[in-house]
Design a protein around this ligand. Structure first.
Ligand code: ADP
Length: 336
């Protein structure tokens, strides 16, 4: 019967999920050069199937010039949006079994965070990012399980700018199909633009959090399960030259630095199983507190731009990512 099919699916999923629980996964994605940049020099020397990436500094010679970083996975530049999602899918599906999941996009402005999470064009399903694919999947599976479990799905969209949280919708809005979500995203984007001089500028300096709440009622046992998925497009991680930034720009930069380092501190404290997790140090970590740590699962997509003039940011992005992944550089280098 369909109920038994669901139980069997759940059992398989449960085993997959046990592997992921508590672990913090870090995936690295390298932005491809655009067709006009075919002769451009790349700082990415090598991408291994084992999760290693080698960065080269064209201005240095010998051993000094190369640095290896290790992650759970490094995607080749020609990876499709579908392949990116395929690796994320088990985490998303576990939300329907009552797990809390956080998926982050980290990297400097222009490195492809929004491309990964939203995609370049809402009208084209083929290039949809993780957000829409995740919701489409959640609706699809909840329909498949409809005879056994009755699900309700709600979404919330917030922006965190200068340590202020702004609700871009009217709190939690019930949704039942992907079209509902697309309509809401448009409203959210419009609301985000209000009061901002330029949306692009504003969006690179604020964190955007799309939260999906799932409530399922088991029609046989009447028990209720609750799961939650946070899809987070973080503010650009670039360091701002303190001598040049003044006024608003300096304030924004300080808030972004504070919240990204607070996030790094929380994730690395979790990875080290530290007794104190410093959630209260930023709005971002407060908002996500229930979905970071404990039984929750975290995935971070780290983005880099391979252009030579982005080298400094690329190195600091990869260092941050290794800190949250808690992987020792020495171990990776000894493989080479
Ligand atoms: P961010 O959100 O980090 O500021 P974007 O996602 O806006 O960066 O990407 C910057 C530009 O690069 C956009 O024009 C985007 O379409 C393009 N881009 C990013 N990643 C890819 C990719 N994987 N393939 C093709 N174009 C990409």
């Amino acid at each position: 019967t369909s109920y038994h099919k669901v139980l069997e699916e759940n059992r398989i999923l449960y085993n997959q999920v046990q592997d992921l629980k508590g672990a913090i996964r870090v995936y690295c994605r390298v932005k491809p050069f655009s067709p006009g940049q075919s002769n451009a020099q790349s700082t990415v020397d090598y991408i291994g199937e084992d999760g290693n990436i080698m960065i080269v500094n064209p201005q240095k010679q010998g051993k000094e010039a190369r640095k290896v970083f290790s992650f759970n996975k490094v995607f080749p530049t020609n990876v499709t949006q579908e392949q990116i999602y395929a690796d994320t899918q088990p985490l998303v599906r576990s939300v329907l079994d009552g797990y809390n999941v956080c998926i982050f996009a980290y990297g400097q402005t222009g490195s492809g965070k929004t491309y990964t999470m939203s995609g370049p064009d809402l009208m084209s399903e083929e290039t949809w990012g993780v957000n829409y694919r995740a919701l489409r999947d959640l609706f699809h599976i909840s329909k498949e399980r409809a005879e056994a479990i009755k699900y309700e799905v709600g979404v919330q969209m917030i922006e965190i700018y200068n340590e202020q949280v702004r609700d871009l919708l009217v709190s939690d809005v019930p949704v039942s199909c992907t079209q509902d979500v697309l309509d809401l995203m448009r409203i959210g984007q419009k609301n985000r633009a209000v009061g901002a001089t330029a949306l692009n500028e504003r969006s690179s300096r604020s964190h955007s959090v799309l939260t999906v709440h799932v409530r399922g009622k088991d029609l046989v046992s009447n028990s209720i399960l609750k799961g939650c998925l946070h899809l987070v497009d973080l503010a650009g991680s670039e360091r701002v030259d303190k001598s040049e930034a003044v006024g608003e720009r300096l304030k924004e930069a300080q808030h972004i630095n504070k919240s990204l380092s607070a996030l790094g501190d929380v994730i690395s404290a979790l990875a080290q199983k530290s007794p104190h997790i410093p959630y209260r140090n930023s709005k971002l970590t407060q908002v996500l507190q229930d979905s970071l740590g404990g039984h929750a699962k975290t995935l971070m997509f780290v983005h880099i731009n391979p252009e030579v003039n982005a080298l400094g940011e690329t190195i600091s992005t990869l260092k941050f990512a290794e800190r949250v992944a808690c992987i020792e550089l020495g171990a990776a280098q000894s493989n080479k």
